[in-house]
Design a protein around this ligand. Sequence first.
Ligand SMILES: NC(=O)c1ccc[n+]([C@@H]2O[C@H](COP(=O)([O-])OP(=O)(O)OC[C@H]3O[C@@H](n4cnc5c(N)ncnc54)[C@H](OP(=O)(O)O)[C@@H]3O)[C@@H](O)[C@H]2O)c1
Length: 265
Amino acid sequence: MLKSFTALFGAVFFLATPLRADDGGVLVLGGTGQLGSEIVKDLVEAGEDVTVFVRPTSKRERLAGLIIAYKVGDILSDADMERVFTSATYRAVIDASGQAFGGDQNYYEKSQRVISKWALAGNVGHIILHGATGAGDSAHMMVMENVPEFQRISIASKSVAEDVLKASGVPYTVIRHMTLLPLENKESGNARLTTSQMAIGAMTRDGLARLTMECLDNSACINMTFHAVDDDVELTGRYTGMWKRYRTVIKPYVFEAREAGGRLE
Ligand SMILES: NC(=O)c1ccc[n+]([C@@H]2O[C@H](COP(=O)([O-])OP(=O)(O)OC[C@H]3O[C@@H](n4cnc5c(N)ncnc54)[C@H](OP(=O)(O)O)[C@@H]3O)[C@@H](O)[C@H]2O)c1
């Protein structure tokens, strides 16, 4: 469900100017995925004209029954991305795609190079990229040597992807997150975006979809990098040990700041 704009940034800021153009739908990359499918559902509920880019092998079950258009190809294919962005006009692109299991370790940077190049050529008005905490200028908070190698490589690739997008000339929003909870976990209602690089914790995919929607056509999100966190979400199963693990991969000063001042903004 879409909720009020005020929940988006909590008390941090808010005076939005609508950016919405009169035409052009929304293209979702990774729309068959766990996060992407939640975003697609919210877009459809909001009455958007939605196109989902899928691979020939993508399972579409999560999107069953939704009135959406599909384009088929591979995000890493320059020719496929050219075709997608030159055959239709999109006012916004949401990139919720993720490196396939066993797929190219440099997926994020490689994909963003083709996405942002062809999005610029196609006059896309806004790309919202889902990223990872620890990427870009938030790297300082991580004890990288304790992060498992596959995650370290993925975070490094997401850093490059952020840089590629920011340099592309396409208006952007980067939404970084740390731990994504399983689809069955639902947000507390207090999920928020913050410009603090030190906000840490878990997010649900439904909460992330809501916050993504609230950044769409929102001038307050343009050329901004946010961290998404849901301080009040319930942790279940193996995620109950999440904070213990954070102690090994996140610098002590992040915890000190939390303990001294309550939750970090
Ligand atoms: N899981 C976490 O804890 C966590 C933490 C921080 C950030 N993130 C980030 O959040 C985002 C969403 O994660 P998720 O777990 O919800 O994703 P997911 O379920 O793994 O979905 C990934 C999506 O990307 C698509 N995809 C992958 N390679 C593609 C390609 N070459 N061409 C076209 N589509 C391709 C997949 O298509 P198919 O259906 O064909 O496979 C799928 O729709 C990712 O960027 C992830 O890195 C996740």
